[in-house]
Each structure stands twice: as C-alpha cells, then as structure tokens.
Design a protein around this ligand. Structure first.
Ligand SMILES: Cc1cc2nc3c(=O)[nH]c(=O)nc-3n(C[C@H](O)[C@H](O)[C@H](O)COP(=O)(O)OP(=O)(O)OC[C@H]3O[C@@H](n4cnc5c(N)ncnc54)[C@H](O)[C@@H]3O)c2cc1C
Length: 453
C-alpha cells in the first residue's frame, strides 16, 4: 500500500495545475487518473501537415493566474498569443456575416441590433438592478439591453463558450462578472466604466484578456505541466477507483492496467473529476448531497477539424464566425484556427474547426459520420463560399461530456459541495462542477486550491 499526504483525482488541466503548485511547495502528493494519458479533454493531433485540437482550441488570459502559470512553464513550452489581425468575430444575420462591433461607431452602424435597442441602450445605466439572484441570462439581457442584443450578441457568444442556451444559464454562476457588474454598480455600462481599481494593479494587469494557445497546440500546456511535476508523481491508468474513509483520512482503491490492486492511503483528497464521476468515486456520500453535487448537465458536442492544402474560399480574416440560434443553421460556429496561430496548416492552406450540437441541437450529435460530413459540406460550401468540398483533412471528434451548463440547480450543487467539504475534513470537491468552465477558470481554481493546502 502506498501512502501520501494529498491525492489529486483527475489529471486534466485543473488537477495538473494544482499538482504543479503543490510541487512548488514541496508537498507530498500523487496525481491519479483512470486514463493512461494526462490532459483530460485537452488533446492536440498532428497529421498531414495540420495541427488540430480535440477539445478546447483557445483560452483567454482572463485571470493573473494564467499568466503566472505560463511564466512558470516557459522553460518547457512557448505561449502563443492569437494573431491580433484576426481579432474580429463574425456573427451571421439573415445569411450574411457582420463583424461584432468593437467601438461606438461600429456599435451604432451595425445591422446586428435594432435601432430601438440601440436607443434603449442609452437608458441602460438608469435601469434598476435585478432582484432575482437566480435570474437566467436571457431574461437579464432582455431586461437591460433588449431582445436584438440577446439574439445577435449574447446568444452567439454563449453558443461559442457554453454551446448553451442563455435562457437556461443562471447569470450568477455562468457569467459571474456580468452579474456582479449589475449588482455592484447597477449597470453593465456604468459598471464597466466605474469598476473599482484593483488593490494590486500590476497583478491585475497580467490578465490581458488576450487569446492564447501554445506553439504546436494545447497538448504542449498539459505535457509541460507533467514535465514540471515529474512523471513519478503521476499515477495513470488506475481504473475502478473508489474512495473510502479510513483512520481520519481516506483510502483510494483501484486496479492497475494488469488488473492488480492499487491502494493509496492519504490525509487529503482533491477531486477534479466531472460531476458524472462523483457517484462511483465517493459511495459514502449521503444520498441528498450526492444527488445535488452530481446534478450538472454536460452538453454533447461534435467538433470537426477540416483542413485544406490550398484555400480557395472566402478570406478567413477573423477569429471565427458565430451563428445565432435564430438563423436555424446546423452548425454552432466556425473557428479560423490557421488565421489565429502559426503552423497549423500547410502554407497557402487553411484549418477550420466546426462545432455541432450543443444544448439546443442534441439531435445532431446522433448523426453518423457520413451524415456529419454531408452536413459540414453543405454548411461550409455556403458559409465559406467554396465551389468544391475536397478537404485534405477531415476529422470528426465526439465529446459526450463536453461543456457543463450552470443552470438553476447550481445553487443546490454549490450548497451541497460546501456541506460535503465541511462534513469530510480534508476533502475538496473541485473541477468544473464549480467556479467556471474555461481553461482560465480551471487554472485559477487549481492554483487557489494548492495555495490553501
Ligand atoms: C470540446 C470542448 C471545447 C472546449 N473549448 C474551450 C475553449 O475554447 N476555451 C476554454 O477556455 N475552454 C474550453 N473548454 C473547456 C476546457 O477544456 C475545460 O474547462 C478544461 O480543460 C477542463 O479541465 P479539468 O481538469 O477541470 O477537467 P477534465 O479535462 O475533464 O479532466 C478530468 C480528469 O478526470 C479524470 N477522471 C474522470 N473520471 C475519473 C475517475 N472515475 N477516476 C479517475 N479519474 C477520472 C479524466 O480522465 C480526466 O483526465 C472546452 C471543452 C471541451 C470538451
């Protein structure tokens, strides 16, 4: 039987980040995962001269913790910031692409929003803040900004992040910064202008909000974390894991790849697995709290990487293109990956990533590969103005537990997580069951937990 002070369950970005900072503190820990590889949902493939992601494609440096982590890892990998010339986001309206406005003039002239809502926006700072803490995002945006902003700004934005539905997401959990702007300052616009100067300005400035990847793809990030931690601290391929309470701490039981038993005694456990894995790992949780803690819906999505050795379609002069639900198309959006980052495709070629499915189009996730190909061909020929569709790379990647949706049940989930952590000293329930779904949130959470241990 092995013994360690801390077990981290799950070697995705959250678990790896936590492990990295525990390692820096010279604490005794083991990082355990059922898969034989690290990285969780982060995985880059290299094939036929293309570099494409199977999972997240880009992150945002939205917390100082992200900048700190990249700084720590610079001897192992090179951070890559997206090409600023490709900053534009297109949104489809009535079959035409329009750039999402980035300033006052484009905000006034854009056909994405109605004149009524543009005028109405002038009154946004004077509208009273909402009183329902569990108000959904669609209601909040309709109330403060108007329906055209909901349909042609917030809806495509939420499709891009959550593959979700603003009417199902509770703002307080899904977009806490937006919720706090209204609660603390009474307005989105007023709040953005008056937001308090952070106490530590130089620290806050590290959160540049730039779009990041890593040279050669995001696998470089998780592989660098593994290198910095050291392979001996990572116990991979441990299946059938069950945690028991033992001697004031915990006992992890599982089996290795030969079917031989693995047992590790520990004082503390940090779980970073998804909600769907909690039940099998912690059978001693009481039924009510367990039901609440695992009550988190993960939407399915299909991700398709499409590469062309020679690009003959419309210019890919943007981050990508988002497609509001109202447009009734069969894809959620297209990311122009080869415009964002170097070396993702052969010279003169192009690499795009398409997302299909999400909360409102789960039916499309049941399509077989031939049907997905037919759908992508139809949509890309039209949307990217292609006469023929003969890609040199076409890869379909299916994600059964892609993006968690922070919906109305989040309140009970957060309360039950707190109750379980109080009841079982040394247990931390983390990962994307709380505190945000993006890579930046995962890095921040992993670091914060390690600092508290
Ligand atoms: C398709 C897709 C696109 C995304 N796009 C973006 C994006 O563009 N930008 C962005 O910022 N974020 C994006 N995200 C979200 C981001 O990738 C995740 O938030 C982040 O990578 C999750 O890291 P994690 O460590 O919390 O979880 P995971 O990566 O899910 O890791 C959890 C780990 O737990 C392990 N595990 C599960 N069950 C058990 C068990 N029973 N026993 C032991 N181990 C177990 C798993 O094997 C896995 O390694 C995307 C996610 C997906 C799926």
């Amino acid at each position: 039987m092995k013994q360690t002070d801390i077990i981290i369950l799950g070697a995705g970005l959250t678990g790896l980040t936590c492990a990295h900072y525990l390692n820096k503190k010279n604490l005794d820990f083991l990082l355990v995962d059922k898969q034989s590889r690290i990285g969780g949902v982060i995985r880059t493939h290299k094939e036929k001269g293309f570099v494409y992601e199977n999972g997240p494609n880009t992150g945002i440096i939205s917390h100082p913790e992200v900048a700190d982590l990249f700084n720590d890892l610079k001897e192992y990998m090179a951070l890559e910031i997206a090409n600023e010339k490709s900053d534009k986001r297109y949104v489809l309206k009535k079959g035409k692409w329009h750039a999402l406005p980035s300033g006052l003039f484009s905000g006034i002239s854009t056909p994405l929003f109605s004149w009524k809502d543009k005028f109405r926006l002038l009154g946004e700072p004077f509208r009273p803040p909402g009183k329902n803490p569990d108000e959904n995002l669609a209601d909040m945006v309709r109330r403060r900004m108007g329906v055209s902003f909901l349909n042609y700004a917030v809806d495509p934005f939420i499709l891009g992040i959550y593959a979700g539905d603003p009417a199902q997401l509770v703002t307080r959990y899904a977009l806490p910064k937006l919720y706090n702007l209204e609660q603390d300052y009474g307005s989105f616009i007023g709040g953005s202008i008056r937001i308090k100067r952070p106490e530590n300005v130089s620290e806050a400035k590290k959160a540049t909000r730039k779009t990041f990847s890593v040279k050669g793809g995001l696998s470089g990030l998780v592989e660098s974390l593994q290198q910095s931690i050291g392979a001996s601290k990572c116990l991979l391929g441990v299946e059938n894991i069950v945690i028991e309470q033992a001697d004031g701490g915990y006992l992890l039981k599982g089996t290795d790849s030969n079917g031989d038993p693995v047992e590790i005694k520990t004082k503390k456990i940090v779980s970073t697995v998804g909600a769907y894995a909690i039940r099998s790992l912690f059978p001693f949780f009481d039924a009510d709290h367990l039901a609440n803690a695992e009550n988190l819906h993960y939407t399915r999505v299909i991700e398709v990487a499409v590469g062309f050795n020679e690009w003959k379609g419309r210019p890919l002069d943007a981050f990508g293109a988002l497609i509001p639900h109202l447009e009734k198309r069969d894809i959620l959006g297209i990311m122009f990956m080869s415009s964002l980052f170097e070396g993702r495709c052969p010279e003169n070629g192009a690499l795009v990533t398409i997302f299909i499915g999400g909360v409102r189009r789960q039916d499309l996730c049941d399509l077989n590969d031939a049907q997905v190909r037919e759908l992508v061909e139809r949509e890309l020929k039209d949307l990217l103005v292609l006469d023929d569709f003969n890609p040199d790379l076409f890869r379909i990647m299916r994600h059964s537990h892609a993006i968690p949706q922070y919906r109305a049940e989040s309140k009970q989930r957060y309360e039950s997580i707190d109750a379980l952590q109080n009841k079982y000293p040394g247990l931390i329930l983390a990962g994307n069951i709380r505190d945000g779904i993006g890579m930046a949130d995962r890095i921040k959470q992993g670091k914060t937990i390690a600092e508290g241990l």
